[in-house]
Design a protein around this ligand. Structure first.
Ligand SMILES: [Zn+2]
Length: 255
């Protein structure tokens, strides 16, 4: 089995003490490839350095909306030139978060649009973080179309999912799937076309049910696969092949 964790913050401080061990644990579980999305400019160099040590760690570079206060006007031109220089597999993670009430919405919107423009001019897919803002994100993507990408930890409606799919996006599913009470997410994962689904852990956050209260790890991705197989009433092997294919297609990874 060869899985891709399409969203893992392996560069963060939470993994500083045992990053190599976490990575080897993940590989032992069949999680061969990992996409590491950025959160802010302060982490870009470390993230690139980490991904340069391993052919199967793929960087995405961007400015996360939740860390709005950390970003400066100079970050946008710096991002553009870094992307030109390093050619990451995606721009991310970027998006809109309306769940956190005191995050300035116009500032988020301006940051999001500037990064979509960078993705568009670089012909790169994007890794989206969207909470309570799917319609706003979808209408922004209609104005500034990009080469698809993933909607990480998708939590919208089936109709919104379909609109993302029509724009070349895949929907990311992870630890939430492993909780039986996540009815809405499990129903979505059951109904969506299999071509539209990618797996992710979002480690160190959003831990799977079996490790509740612990730090999440890319090594737990098979739990998400197992939960997906259960809700879709299909085999783990079949879904492993399909979700890996989807991840490779959307981020142009080799086979
Ligand atoms: Zn993330």
């Amino acid at each position: 089995m060869e899985l891709v964790d399409t969203h893992c913050h392996l560069d963060l401080e939470a993994f500083a003490a045992d990053r190599r061990q976490v990575l080897s644990d993940a590989r032992e579980q069949g999680v061969q490839r990992l996409l590491v999305p950025a959160v802010d400019a302060a982490h870009w160099a470390g993230l690139l350095q980490l991904c340069a040590t391993d052919a199967y760690l793929y960087p995405a570079l961007g400015l996360h909306p939740v860390f709005l206060q950390a970003h400066t006007a100079a970050d946008i031109p710096a991002l553009k030139s870094l992307i030109g220089e390093h050619r990451p597999v995606a721009v991310g993670e970027i998006g809109l978060d309306y769940f956190i009430r005191d995050l300035h919405r116009e500032q988020q919107q301006a940051l999001f649009e500037a990064q979509l423009e960078i993705a568009r001019s670089a012909t790169l897919p994007v890794v989206l973080h969207v909470r309570k803002a799917h319609d706003q994100v979808l209408s922004t993507l209609r104005r500034i179309p990009v080469k698809g990408g993933t909607v990480h930890a998708f939590n919208g409606s089936l109709q919104q999912a379909q609109q993302y799919i029509d724009m070349g996006f895949r929907l990311g599913f992870g630890g939430t799937l492993t909780y039986p009470q996540s009815r809405k997410i499990r129903q979505l994962a059951k109904e969506l076309p299999v071509e539209a689904i990618v797996l992710e852990t979002d480690a160190p956050d959003m831990v799977v049910a079996a490790h509740r209260g612990e730090r999440n790890s890319p090594a737990y991705l098979p739990d998400c696969l197992q939960a997906l197989a259960e809700v879709r009433d299909t085999t783990v092997d079949e879904l492993a092949v399909q979700t890996t294919r989807n991840a490779c297609t959307v981020f142009s990874l080799d086979g």
